[in-house]
Design a protein around this ligand. Structure first.
Ligand SMILES: Cc1cc2nc3c(=O)[nH]c(=O)nc-3n(C[C@H](O)[C@H](O)[C@H](O)COP(=O)(O)O)c2cc1C
Length: 185
């Protein structure tokens, strides 16, 4: 079983990125050997402080790191805030930087907007720095129009969305499986 942990850079209740991740989680349920779980604790992580690493690492951070460690790969979806990575997501990544959990972790991005290219460039640079298995090639963009009418149901009723999501998931599942056994070509 390949276990993917999804992380959303937006913490608002009606987040389009979270809705897209929820649909991805649902689609993964129909793919054999694949499971997506959502991490929703970003807002509860304290601000990164080097003095709090090691023995003093806060419990919420330890919980987050354990969730990352027990996953086979990460899936990140994030909005752009003021041309950049949202502070909460960057803070979560900062906590991982000097730890072991992130170094060989496969990571892929999904994106729910037509815009946000500055954030994507910056996030790609950050993720390629922290993980040797961040893949830029496996990327899913489902541009959603910001509106109250967007729901998981409306995203999933579009066949093209579901087909793109399934194709992306199968590609990423295979990438993770190859990463886990690098001698298999
Ligand atoms: C404070 C703030 C700053 C934003 N800055 C940008 C930006 O620089 N570029 C952009 O494309 N969208 C920007 N947006 C729009 C968000 O990216 C957009 O609303 C997105 O849907 C939010 O993601 P969510 O629905 O997952 O919460 C900004 C929104 C907020 C609230």
């Amino acid at each position: 079983m390949v276990k993917i942990l999804s992380i959303c850079g937006s913490t608002r209740e009606a987040s389009l990125n979270q809705k897209l991740l929820n649909v991805i989680q649902e689609c993964a349920g129909s793919i054999s050997g694949l499971q997506v779980e959502s991490y929703s604790g970003i807002a509860a992580l304290p601000i990164f402080n080097q003095d709090l690493e090691g023995d003093k690492t806060p419990p919420q951070v330890l919980e987050f790191c354990a969730a990352v460690e027990s996953s086979d790969g990460l899936l990140i979806a994030s909005p752009e805030y003021v041309r950049a990575i949202p502070g909460g997501l960057k803070n979560a990544i900062d906590w991982l930087v000097s730890r072991e959990e992130i170094v060989a972790k496969p990571i892929a991005l999904v994106h729910a907007s037509y815009r946000g290219n500055d954030m994507l460039s910056s996030l790609r640079l950050v993720l390629a720095t922290v993980s040797e298995r961040f893949t830029e090639e496996i990327f899913l963009c489902i541009p959603l129009q910001s509106s109250d009418t967007v729901t998981e149901g409306s995203i999933a009723e579009n066949r093209q969305n579901v087909s793109q999501i399934n194709e992306f998931l199968i590609q990423y599942q295979s990438y993770i499986a190859r990463a886990a056994s690098p001698t298999v070509s």
